[in-house]
Design a binder for this molecule. Structure first.
Ligand SMILES: CC(C)(COP(=O)(O)OP(=O)(O)OC[C@H]1O[C@@H](n2cnc3c(N)ncnc32)[C@H](O)[C@@H]1OP(=O)(O)O)[C@@H](O)C(=O)NCCC(=O)NCCS
Length: 163
């Protein structure tokens, strides 16, 4: 059984004490965009996140919060019965502590509860960390877009899962 199907008490306990998963607020976007900038070569600007929060009715935006700090965030769409994972990152100094896995499990559970039955995303060919994380949660590689990341000429790997 893929990890994505497991839920319950274990998932309600954060892997890092004191961390909560909350809705992203307008006041979070500057901090979120700083994590985004060090995580992605083609980073979203604060305005992109504001648009998702204020104007995109398909968007579900979350942050991992501890006190006044943001340790990670995700921005996904619930498109009818499809979950599309757009942006997902953990602050560089907080990686490999289980936060990515914890946030992904919550995203998948919430999407299932909202009626989504498929999940899709794109990831860079070279992004072994993300590909490993998604594979461990039931995603399989469903296609490739050659040269999708134009600046580096890197392929995007399409991944999909049934929820
Ligand atoms: C991908 C990312 C979100 C993982 O978050 P994380 O909190 O470090 O991941 P976790 O500690 O929860 O690890 C979960 C699993 O992910 C995989 N993983 C995470 N980091 C990895 C790495 N550096 N190399 C290989 N596998 C890795 C492993 O399968 C790991 O399970 P394991 O610890 O049992 O081996 C994080 O590296 C990140 O923010 N990267 C930059 C942004 C990004 O690439 N986002 C995804 C784009 S679609």
């Amino acid at each position: 059984m893929p990890n994505s199907r497991r839920s319950g008490a274990a998932d309600s306990v954060p892997p890092v004490p004191g961390v909560t998963l909350d809705a992203m607020r307008e006041s979070d976007v500057e901090h979120v965009a700083r994590i985004e900038a060090v995580s992605f070569a083609s980073a979203w600007q604060p305005e992109h996140f504001l648009h998702e929060i204020l104007e995109n009715r398909f968007a579900v935006n979350r942050v991992l919060r501890r006190g006044r700090s943001i340790l990670g965030y995700s921005s996904v769409w619930h498109l009818d019965d499809e979950l599309k994972i757009n942006n997902f990152a953990i602050a560089a100094e907080q990686r490999r502590r289980g936060l990515g896995r914890w946030m992904l499990r919550h995203i998948l559970t919430a999407a299932r509860e909202a009626g989504c039955v498929h999940a899709t995303l794109e990831v860079r060919d070279s992004n072994a960390a993300a590909r490993g994380l998604y594979r461990a949660h039931g995603f399989v590689e469903s296609g490739r877009r050659r040269g999708y990341y134009q600046r580096e000429g890197e392929d995007a790997i399409l991944m999909a899962a049934e929820l």
